[in-house]
Design a protein. Structure first.
Lengths: 249, 78
């Protein structure tokens, strides 16, 4: 069986989390699953999103919430320090047979999250383009970028959800709410806690590792960042803290 | 998706934002640059956007979505 690397449950601030994902994307030469958390809580913004339109920066500052732009597209995500686990998976472009077909590659990689949630007792399924739902409620969203001959997909798995806090820092347009056909946000989102009660983050992390092993058909060996990756992450971290990058659009 | 536009009949400045996916991401700037100086008319905009979509992979929005977004955005005048 092919082997890959498991990087388990580091906690960093937003700039370092995004710098590590980019460093792995640039340098990793084996399939890598990284599981991590955010402290302080943060909003990550999709590459193409407008900082001003999506985020109430004043509220973020008051509440001590970081804001960072991702190298991947997609929507804004609130990463609560306690309320979620983020995963990132990096594979060579040739690794997935479905690489050319972007939606199919989301489905394949989201399979890791689906397997994990099923292991924890939830009836999770894929909902295109990039979500995982339980029932008809979103529990996980993901975003991909493709560079350096590799695919990076990162996404969040909700342990608990604090919609009120999320809404205080994200600017949710009326348009978007009406697009979703009047359903309240609380009714559209769920969490592991809501579905099966409190599960420790370690247990969720373990399930994610098993889930991705199955989805990718590889064995994940616990490892750590290579010194080169660490050094690169330290170098590029500055970009993720800069107004030039975060205010780019 | 949103579009910020400055125009005087022709596009003078444009920024397209939203939660779509485009690979490679940085090519969005090429599209915006190609649109500068172009009349705000369906035929011209459609040609540029459609040609651009041949060069990138976009998920979560179509060329048609981009064209109609641009055309429905009111410019801020000259």
């Amino acid at each position: 069986m092919n082997r890959g690397r498991l990087l388990d449950m580091g906690t960093n601030d937003a700039t370092m989390n995004m710098a590590i994902d980019e460093a792995i994307l640039r340098l990793a030469d084996v399939p890598t699953l990284r599981l991590y958390r955010w402290c302080p809580s943060a909003i990550s913004l999709g590459y193409f999103q407008s900082l001003e339109d999506e985020v109430d920066q004043g509220a973020c500052e008051k509440m001590g919430i970081d804001v960072v732009r991702r190298i991947s597209g997609g929507g804004a995500v609130f990463h609560g320090a306690e309320g979620e686990i983020t995963y990132s998976v990096v594979v060579a472009e040739g690794f997935l047979e479905v690489t050319e077909d972007v939606p199919a590659s989301y489905e394949r990689l989201c399979g890791g999250v689906i397997n994990a949630l099923q292991l924890l007792g939830m009836d999770a399924r894929f909902q295109g383009i990039n979500d995982v739902v339980v029932g008809d409620k979103k529990i996980s969203g993901s975003a991909q970028t493709r560079r350096y001959g590799k695919i990076l997909q990162h996404g969040t798995v909700l342990l608990d959800v604090d919609i009120e806090r999320m809404f205080r820092v994200l600017r949710i347009s009326e348009e978007k709410l009406s697009d979703k056909e009047i359903k309240k946000a609380e009714e559209r989102v769920t969490s592991i806690r809501k579905e099966v009660g409190v599960v420790s983050s370690q247990r969720v992390a373990h399930a994610l590792a098993r889930g991705f092993e199955e989805a990718l058909g590889i064995e994940l060996i616990p490892g750590s960042l290579e010194e080169e990756e660490r050094a690169l992450a330290r170098t590029i971290r500055g970009k993720y803290g800069s107004d030039e990058w975060n205010g780019m659009r | 998706m949103r579009c910020a536009l400055m125009s005087n009949g022709k596009i003078r400045g444009i920024k397209i934002t939203g939660d779509f996916f485009m690979h490679p991401e940085e090519r969005i700037v090429d599209l915006e640059q190609r649109l500068i100086g172009v009349p705000l008319r369906k035929k011209e905009i459609e040609k540029i956007v459609t040609d651009f979509f041949e060069e990138v992979v976009v998920v979560g929005a179509s060329a048609k979505d981009f064209v109609s977004l641009i055309l429905k955005t009111r410019g801020r005048g000259a």
